[in-house]
Design a protein around this ligand. Structure first.
Ligand SMILES: Nc1ncnc2c1ncn2[C@@H]1O[C@H](COP(=O)(O)OP(=O)(O)OP(=O)(O)O)[C@@H](O)[C@H]1O
Length: 342
């Protein structure tokens, strides 16, 4: 087993040339993901999560372009390899799962055909062995009567079932890296929770590194080891999931946690982050969150560099919450202390 991380993203930048100007959707994004670890990439709509996923996969199309940085997959920069080699990696070693499972599944093939193919793409298993492995994986994904499901075409399955099959099929390739873009968002919470726990088990068992893109912090809380919070194209905070959720350093992270229903007392209004997400074509030169931030000062008119004020805790903020801790756990109380500190 090599000690090289599965993925190192360094100073990644992706831009779209639009009529109104250049839109920097991903700006100086860096993170490392070790084998078998799960990273939750979280942020509001438009913050650049999906474009980050597509950029890593080498799937950004015109008018978009990766204009800077490196994506080291097992130590090799895949932004610089030949298209043919990249396509091989995409199908094999790196997989993407989408909100719509039909982006992964082929509608005209029965589930067993697709799953058997997925196993045989990377092993010399016989058809019968591959079918058995497909059956086991479906069972692990919580699918009852897997034999019956194997006979079905994708359209004959319910939405939740189809997504489970799509995830199981991606997992059968035994990729080293999976990038999942909000695959459970459309499903009801109970099914979502089941799928998350099954995915977590499978990823751990196979040593697959996983990036789980979501706007929902409670998904990250239940699934991920690490979290990266995106705002206006940048990662504003990253670290171990428990540490970040218990005592967020960045005011935006604190705001996201405070706006979770579980963190609000019954009958009280949900705490909203004031203001609107910024126009990505007219970002201020300084901190993009400053206009909404209760801690903003004149210093925030400059762009905050990423710092590591606590071991393993990275933040882009001139005023990280380093003093009073914010003793929030999801399901308990909202971060205290934010107002007190301001
Ligand atoms: N093809 C495109 N042309 C121009 N701008 C684009 C294009 N695709 C994405 N963008 C812009 O890039 C920014 C980041 O978009 P992205 O889809 O990554 O956000 P997101 O955080 O994944 O949001 P959501 O959860 O809504 O998908 C947005 O401002 C979006 O408008």
């Amino acid at each position: 087993m090599s000690s090289v991380p599965t993925l190192q993203v360094r100073n990644l930048r992706t831009e779209f040339a639009t009529r109104a100007g250049t839109l920097r959707a991903v700006n100086d994004v860096s993170f490392t993901l070790e084998r078998g670890r799960i990273l939750g990439l979280v942020g509001e709509s438009g913050s650049g999560k999906s474009v980050t996923g597509f950029s890593i996969m080498g799937l950004v199309d015109a008018p978009g372009r990766v204009t800077g940085g490196e994506v080291l997959f097992q130590g090799r920069d895949i932004t610089k390899i030949k298209p043919r080699e990249l396509r091989q990696l995409q199908g094999n070693r790196i997989a993407m799962i989408f909100q719509d499972p039909m982006m992964t599944l082929n509608p005209v093939l029965r589930v067993d055909t697709q799953m058997i193919e997925a196993v045989r793409a990377h092993t010399s298993a016989s058809k019968a062995q591959a079918r058995e492995r497909a059956r086991e994986t479906l069972a692990m994904m919580g699918i009852a009567s897997p034999d019956e499901r194997l006979q079905a075409y994708p359209h004959q399955l319910s939405g939740g079932m189809r997504q489970r099959v799509a995830i199981a099929t991606a997992m059968l390739h035994r990729p080293d890296l999976i990038i999942a873009d909000e695959p459970t968002t459309a499903l009801d919470v109970t099914i979502q929770a089941q799928i998350l726990s099954e995915v977590q088990k499978l990823a751990r068992q196979q040593g697959t590194a996983l990036i789980w893109i979501t706007h929902d912090l409670s998904v990250v809380a239940g699934l991920a080891d690490e979290v990266a919070v995106m705002y206006a194209g940048r990662i504003v905070e990253q670290g171990g999931v428990d540490a970040v959720l218990d005592s967020p350093l960045h005011p935006y992270t604190a705001g996201l946690i405070g706006s979770l229903p579980a963190n609000n007392r019954r009958g009280s209004r949900l705490q909203q982050i004031p203001g609107m997400t910024p126009n990505m074509l007219q970002l201020p030169p300084g901190c993009a969150f400053a206009a909404r931030c209760t801690r903003a000062t004149a210093a925030c008119q400059a762009q905050p560099e990423q710092t590591e004020p606590l071991p393993g805790r990275l933040v882009r903020c001139f005023h990280p919450a380093l003093t009073a801790s914010a003793p929030s756990t999801l399901g308990a109380t909202a971060p205290q202390g934010l107002e007190a500190r301001v």
